[in-house]
Write a protein that binds this ligand. Sequence first.
Ligand code: HEM
Length: 482
Amino acid sequence: MIVTIFIVIIISATFLFTIFRDKKCLPGPWNLPIVGYLHKLDPAAPYLTFTKLGQEYGPVYSVKLGSVNAVVITDAKILKKVLAKDETLQRPQLYLLDCVFNRKGILMLPVDVWKDQHKFLIHFLRIIGASKVSPNKKTFEALIRKYLEEFVQLIRSQDHCAAMDPTKYIAHCVNNIAGMMLLGKSYSWDDKTVTDLTQNLDEVVKHVAFGGPLNFMPLLRFIPTFKKSLASLKKSLHVVRDIQKKLIKECQESTSSSKIEVPSNLIQAFLLQMSKGSPEHIYNHDQLRCLLFDLYVAITETVKTCFRWILLYLAQYEEVQNKVRQELLEVETDDFADLHYTKATLAEVARIRTVVPIGVPQLVSENICVEGFAIPKDAVIMPMLWAIHMDPKVYEEPEEFRPERFLNNDGKFFRPESYLPFQTGKRMCIAEDMTQMMVSMFVGVVLKNFKLAPSDSSPIDFTGICNSTLSPKPQKIVFKPI
Ligand code: HEM
């Protein structure tokens, strides 16, 4: 009896303390002790729950996720101010993300080491031509073109009367671009190493989600469903790491004999840095492996997803597809900047199906106050990119696919303040230029070779599958050769 009363008192005290503490600082829903609000998140689409809460509690609210004090931001202007601060440069330590990223590599790297690695990567992208300001831009464009042409050939070799799911061909194309950039290696269509790598990476990505409950309540790992999912994640991670070690070894063996002057892939750039006597606590083999892992996932998962959404929207909206094709054929330019309607269409796809809907979380290292919102130390910022892109106050009828919303009165492309597919701040995605190069060339090559259409047998399903990215469900479309 005494034990029961004691437990009831502890639970009630935690409950009241939680409510009192949350209400004092920021608005937000009532949280249960221990689980907080986790039990109310839509497991298939947590970004929708967070977006709905934003409509109820405003652009900055606090919500308890397990033991984590999360601060969700659904307004672009406020998010920009918050993430511009040095106090929000750190990434949080979250269970699942730690299992996968190990606090090495780049994405979840602690700030002290991150500063060096961030600089190193920006320089690397410039050297290989994957940046708008790079003198080697043409070399990187030629690399993309080569694998896009292979993609076209693979699609052309299929039966064109039948609809098909192009995902595996897209994956092959993007894997090879990533392979060349990172390892200096490309692979044949049926290469077993890459097939295993891709399948296991897909499995890792399926289980890892920035908003996943295991991140906030590691104790859940003892419950059978989570236990099974974690076991599957660890098994795939193990395979991926083994394959990557093998690939690095192969690449190292072929590089070490020749002296590297200008690196053409990440391994060479990293080894060059190591040979210059750079600090060993940063430039070591373990960090190289983790960096390769992060970048491989960053490139293949996001770009593949982005290409797939583009094809689905162009197949569904024939009029938009024809206008983009017409612009690509009429405007003779090497510069994507002149293709206003094409740019607007690609921006609209990136808005309406935000590839990273929950953004990547950041940790508040000191109390901060932005626009009157007091955000406490140790809170985890959840940048709700989906809510920002679906805000009806900014984007009228946000569920409607309308490229014109990115055109001004002169028909020129403009970028609204509330357009943040790559997030914002010092830790924002390093590859916006590179992605833009890949995406614009992809659209150019596809629309000059094929007319896209939905399959006769099933309409296109735009509901996404949410893990760390929001990707389309597997489905078929028609590619009619032009
Ligand atoms: C459609 C394509 C892509 C989208 C939508 C995307 C989106 C994002 C987002 C939202 C973040 C979090 C940024 C932040 O925390 O502020 C991020 C980080 C990052 N992205 Fe991308 N990304 C894409 C493609 C790529 C590619 C192709 C690369 C390859 C180089 C890449 C490399 C990275 C890296 C290294 C980070 C971590 C930055 C850091 O913590 O310093 N991304 N990306």
